[in-house]
Design a protein around this ligand. Structure first.
Ligand SMILES: *Cc1c(COP(=O)(O)O)cnc(C)c1O
Length: 394
């Protein structure tokens, strides 16, 4: 049986080039980058090269790049550092959106418990924040605007450059969680007026456990989350995970070099999937069709239970997600789908298929053969669906 991996927004397979680039750093160049001897200096040189590569891909400078353990750590450190800087100026307000990743939302909630005021902007039915609403929410005591570059569940791309321009004009720090965008969309931190940006290696065919926090020079002093040695200019203690950092840099470089080519190919696959799945009765595409990540497909099928849908699809060779991988296992419907106005019932019957450049036309055929069949089967068994049809409540 064909087995199709369509969950690339959760994590990706390692690129062969990135994997090969990592291998020497386990047992050939294994020195500690902080050691002054030749073993250490060889490692330090590789670390610096990775820093320069990542910087080049983002339009940044090497000394603006801090390596972290992933996207979650970068998000936490960006927000908590902006909070520390804000406190010093008597500012205790932040602006974000209702559909951020939990690494952002839970950090903001932590600040809220410490007396901060948090404005969560709506993202409307199309899953896009309005630039004018960002402008209107800014107050004299606003310390940070943090808005994700592209959403991990519905793939919608936010007007980052416009938001960056407003924040720069008002002199307010702007952070973006670009974990879903890095390696998939063109990013230029200077042109887009981004002060802080998070990314994660395993979302663009790099290894898990490596990420980046970009901080524009002079924008703010990073607070360390982890105390210890002086690694990463004293902002992130702990011996660097050099194999993963090297692998991440190679994967990002590769993704950026092939970005246009991969975008054209993956968009074609995506649009075939969207066209085909739209034919399922009462199917609803979640999020803007236009401002959307090349690989993201997200549908709701009223009358269908998401967990059952995933299990049946998996048994028929399709690995997908019904929301964020981090929330599966809980019965709460996705906060992202609620934020775009779906009812609890409809949000529960949602399906995310996330593609990458290694998916094939044959795999899309398989998904298109399997999903309509599974949706029909679940609806035939569902008392909720029968009830909805009777009341014409779809
Ligand atoms: C995956 C993801 C994260 C978390 O990144 P990790 O490296 O897994 O910690 C944060 N934000 C978004 C939007 C993500 O998709």
């Amino acid at each position: 049986m064909l087995r199709v991996y369509a969950d690339n927004a959760a994590t990706t397979a390692m690129s062969p080039a990135a994997k090969a680039a990592m291998l020497p750093y386990f047992d050939e160049v294994y020195g500690n980058p902080s050691s002054p001897h030749s073993f250490g200096q060889a490692a330090a040189a590789a670390l610096q090269e990775a820093r320069e590569t990542v910087a080049r891909c983002l339009g940044a400078k090497a000394d603006e790049i801090t390596f972290t353990s992933g996207g979650s750590e970068a998000d936490n450190q960006a927000i908590l550092s902006a909070a520390a800087a804000g406190e010093k100026q008597g500012k205790r307000h932040m602006i974000s959106t209702a559909f951020e990743h939990h690494a952002v939302l839970h950090t903001l909630q932590k600040l809220e418990r410490q007396g901060w005021e948090i404005t969560l902007l709506p993202v409307h039915e199309d899953g896009i924040v309005r630039v004018e609403e960002v402008r209107d929410a800014i107050r004299p005591d606003t310390a940070l605007v943090t808005i994700m570059y592209a959403n991990n569940e519905i793939g919608t791309i936010q007007p980052i450059a416009e938001i960056g321009a407003i924040c720069r004009e008002k002199g307010i720090l702007f952070h973006t969680d670009a974990v879903q965008a890095a390696g998939h969309l063109h990013i230029d931190v200077a042109a887009q007026n981004i002060d802080l940006l998070s990314l994660s290696g395993h979302k663009f065919h790099g290894p898990k456990g490596a990420g980046v926090l970009y901080v524009r020079k002079g924008a703010l002093r990073l607070q360390n989350l982890i105390e210890g040695g002086g690694q990463e200019r004293g902002k992130r203690a702990g011996t660097e995970n050099l194999p993963a950092i090297v692998g991440m840099a190679v994967a990002l470089d590769e993704a950026c070099k092939h970005l246009d080519q991969h975008t054209a190919y993956v968009t074609k696959l995506r649009d075939r999937l969207i066209d085909g799945l739209s034919k399922i009765p009462y199917a609803r595409l979640n999020g803007s069709a236009e401002h959307r990540l090349p690989g993201n497909v997200n549908f709701s099928f009223p009358g269908v239970e998401g967990e059952a849908l995933l299990l049946l699809l998996d048994s028929m060779g399709v690995a997908a997600s019904s929301g964020s991988a981090c929330t599966s296992g809980s019965l709460d419907p996705s906060h992202v789908l609620l934020a775009i106005g779906l009812s609890h019932e409809v949000a529960h019957g949602s399906l995310r298929l996330s593609l990458c450049h290694t998916n094939t036309e044959e795999e899309i055929d398989h998904i298109l053969a399997v999903v309509p069949q599974v949706v029909q089967r679940l609806r035939d068994m569902s008392p909720v669906w029968k009830d909805m049809m009777k009341k014409e409540a779809v």
